[in-house]
Design a protein around this ligand. Structure first.
Ligand code: ZN
Length: 200
């Protein structure tokens, strides 16, 4: 999370700056951007990175709230520049020192879809080895990226999926996709089974 200082504007609604374009574009990241520490304006922006997201907001504000922006000719002296944001198609400035912008990355449809696809593939692979998998346990960042794991209810072998893996990394791994089910748990007592599954 980064904090910027920003102009004193007030509103209460959520503004989806470029939501209409989401279906036909891969933006990479989904940002929740709150402008103003009090009387906050909540923006949701899809963008490749934080700088681009701020450009979209400045362009939006130039159209919707032009009085909250300074044209580039009015830029403040250098000693104040770190408290201002510039950007957008026309290089406008947003500021006053009394408020701030909070940027948080939030889950995208994209991250959720990748995780769901990986889980579906993993369950098919595990079933092909004779396993009967349990519930997924997610370990995800606030942006919806990370890993989810599952265990076979019969033998305890595990599988893990990773929707944040690099292209040269393994996004589905674990004994349950590599080895056949041994069914060893069938001989265990209910108490032992619970203990093995971590629910006892
Ligand atoms: Zn198994």
């Amino acid at each position: 999370m980064k904090i910027y200082r920003i102009s004193d504007i007030s509103s209460g609604k959520i503004i989806y700056v470029n939501n209409d374009d989401y279906a036909s574009n891969f933006w990479g990241h989904n940002y929740s951007i709150n402008v103003g520490a009090t009387d906050t304006i909540h923006f949701v922006v899809n963008a490749a990175n934080e700088d681009t997201a701020l450009d979209y907001i400045i362009d939006y504000m130039e159209w919707a709230m032009p009085k909250q922006l300074f044209p580039i000719d009015d830029k403040p002296g250098n000693e104040l520049m770190e408290t201002y944001i510039s950007g957008g198609k026309h290089g406008r400035f947003m500021t006053t020192p009394s408020n701030e912008i909070l940027i948080n990355e939030v889950p995208t449809v994209n991250s959720k879809n990748i995780l769901l696809e990986l889980k579906t593939t993993a369950l098919e692979d595990c079933a092909g080895k004779g396993h009967k998998m349990g519930e997924w346990i997610d370990d995800l960042s606030p942006a919806g990226k990370g890993t989810s794991s599952n265990k076979c209810k019969m033998c305890g072998k595990g599988v893990m999926v990773d929707n944040d893996a690099l292209s040269n990394e393994i996004d589905i791994g674990g004994e349950a996709i590599a080895m056949d089910c041994s069914n060893e748990y069938e001989m265990a007592t209910p108490e032992e089974l619970k203990r093995e599954l971590g629910i006892g």
